[in-house]
Ligand binder design. Structure first.
Ligand SMILES: *Cc1c(COP(=O)(O)O)cnc(C)c1O
Length: 437
């Protein structure tokens, strides 16, 4: 498998380089040089395959013979050890539950697959690798769970102070061992900038060999494409056109859906659903891309004003003068504020007896609004439920006026003690901290 940098098509690397050095020096992002279509017989018989088989076939289609078959199968088998069930609301709408992994957010798919892949690539290496990762809430927890006590790998998580839920914070700061957390006095975009700057700072490279676990890492996007196939398989007997509504922040999830589409999965439409951080919906509506500072909302994992995967989306649509037109043909943008999000959570409970989290609720709203403009009888809309509602229990409980029963996988974090370094958003301060810890 070969990948190019989005800032220089002549900068070509192999998968190992792209996974371990996720930031090219030219500041682009790595993209596969070639994405083949899958065998149409596989696609029309999806419902005869297990999630593991799908994951193996899809990853093999992208990665090719770069990793021997039996090794790739082991990587997939260990990483994807939890299900992705579709929960039907009615014939027109359902939700894809992506929260059955260890940290109870969809980030587990990417983080676990990436952890397996990195350990595989580093299996003969003596030098320790440090995974530097910025999180808006859920990535850090999934990455920590994926890498905890993996030999040869240290993890440093940067998170924005006061901008993640109390439970999310515990999932970042209570691991110990090879996992450390830094609480940054700033927003997610500040954390992301610090990570990027550290990567490009040669003076840190004597002490550290960095890798990145953010959704800029292609190893996270590949496994996120698996569950679009898995969801499609569960609703294909309805015989309808399938729409995916993707609650989005950094747009890794939606980009992974576009990879599935590029490989031939017959998706009718994608809905890019955001909170008021609407950089991409506003591009889709007027053709102008303008990154903005992020604003805090109750769907905090999507509080991103400068989504890093947008560049990849543009490249999947040719990155030329027709990109905007081509993209908006298949991706429609929707944006909602917190009060609409809360009403949606109440409505989902009342209509379907289902508790959605604030992120999923935004996906639900986009499904509803899209269906209003279409002939609904031919459509089925799946909104991605990106995290377990218990991760945002304070917001969810006060919105639906009902107590949630926290799964043990979450509640066990609450009794553990937080341990985090603190840091300002200035690069100088961050660098000094990295040199001392
Ligand atoms: C990360 C996250 C999102 C946003 O996903 P992107 O791939 O960054 O667009 C949405 N919901 C939840 C719960 C998340 O953790």
């Amino acid at each position: 498998m070969r990948l190019y940098s989005t800032n220089n098509k002549n900068n070509i690397v192999d998968l190992k380089t792209a996974v371990l050095n996720a930031f090219p020096k030219d500041k682009g992002l790595f993209m596969p040089c070639q994405i083949d279509k899958l065998d149409p017989r596989f696609l029309s018989n999806l419902n005869q395959y297990s999630l593991i088989d799908i994951a193996y076939i899809v990853s093999q289609n992208i990665i090719g013979d770069y990793i021997p078959e039996s090794d790739l199968y082991k990587i997939v088998y260990r990483a994807i050890n939890f299900p992705a069930p579709v929960h039907m609301h009615d014939a027109g709408i359902s939700t894809l539950e992506l929260f059955h992994g260890p940290s109870m957010a969809f980030k587990d798919f990417g983080a676990r697959f990436m952890a397996e892949l990195m350990s595989y690539f580093l299996r003969h290496d003596d030098r320790e690798t440090t995974i530097l990762v910025a999180t808006s809430g859920d990535t850090g927890g999934a990455v920590a769970a994926g890498f905890h006590n993996v030999p040869g790998i240290n993890v440093i998580i940067l998170y924005p102070s006061g901008k993640v839920s109390p439970l999310q914070e515990k999932q970042l700061t209570t691991w110990g061992d090879n996992i450390r957390a830094i609480e940054v006095d700033g927003v997610f975009d500040d954390c992301q900038s610090l990570v990027k700057e550290a990567f490009l700072d040669n003076s840190l490279h004597e002490k550290y060999t960095f890798s990145s676990a953010n959704s800029i890492n292609i190893a996270r996007l590949i496994p996120q494409s698996f569950y679009y196939f898995e969801a499609y398989k569960q609703v294909m007997d309805l015989g309808k056109d399938i729409v995916f509504s993707v609650p989005s922040g950094n747009f890794g999830n939606l980009t992974a859906g576009l990879l599935a589409y590029t490989m031939g999965l017959p998706i009718h439409q994608f809905l890019a659903a955001t909170n008021i951080n609407d950089t991409v919906p506003s591009y889709l509506s007027n053709g102008h891309y303008e990154a903005k500072p992020s604003v805090a909302t109750i769907s905090n994992a999507m509080d991103v004003g400068a989504p890093s995967n947008f560049t990849r989306m543009k490249h999947l649509f040719g990155n030329d003068s027709s990109t905007w037109n081509n993209m908006k043909n298949i991706v429609s943008g929707y944006t909602y504020n917190d009060s609409k999000t809360k009403i949606a959570m109440q409505e989902i409970l009342k209509k379907y007896d289902y508790v959605a989290d604030p992120h999923g609720a935004i996906g639900y709203l986009a499904c509803k609004d899209y269906m209003l403009t279409q002939n609904k009888n031919n459509l089925h809309c799946i909104y991605l439920e990106t995290a377990h509602p218990g991760k945002f229990s304070a917001t969810v409980e006060s919105t639906i006026d009902q107590k949630l029963k926290l799964p043990l996988r979450l509640s066990e974090f609450l009794s553990k003690d937080k341990k985090a370094y603190t840091c300002s958003k200035q690069y100088k301060a961050f660098k000094e901290l990295l040199m001392t810890i």
